[in-house]
Design a protein around this ligand. Structure first.
Ligand code: HEC
Length: 101
């Protein structure tokens, strides 16, 4: 019983998405919270872009904001929302993004 679903292109699309889309995602997962930064840190933003910034720099900044060592208006509160591992994952993800986006 081999049937190709005539008139159901969505079934084919769903299959293609599952077969190819998800593994592609898994190759470079976006850590939770990473995209929340772009509202304030997009290219050309006042607070400085994060894309392409070396991970150590972003990670160190987040740690300093979290501990209060580096004074901040907003970032202290934001950085406290992530633990060390999450901050590292976010910093590494941003380092891997193409600068200028
Ligand atoms: C609501 C706006 C906002 C969001 C969202 C935000 N930031 Fe910030 N960020 C700021 C501001 C404002 C500063 C300047 C320090 C301060 O006053 O808090 C800053 C500073 C920074 C700096 C230091 C930049 C430099 O040039 O030294 C880093 C790194 C940073 N943010 C990372 C992040 C990361 C990573 C995220 C996402 C988890 C994030 N920010 C989300 C507003 C934001």
């Amino acid at each position: 019983m081999t049937r190709i679903y005539p008139g159901r292109p969505w079934a084919v699309a769903a299959f293609v998405a599952v077969a190819f889309g998800l593994p592609a995602f898994a190759a470079e997962p976006t850590p939770p919270g990473a995209t929340s930064c772009s509202g304030c840190h997009a290219a050309g933003s006042a607070f400085g872009p994060l894309a392409g910034v070396p991970a150590e720099r972003t990670e160190a900044a987040l740690a300093a904001f979290r501990s209060g060592e580096r004074p901040s208006t907003l970032m202290g509160r934001i950085a406290k929302g992530f633990d060390e591992n999450q901050s590292r994952a976010i910093a590494q993800w941003w380092a891997g993004q193409e600068a200028g986006k």
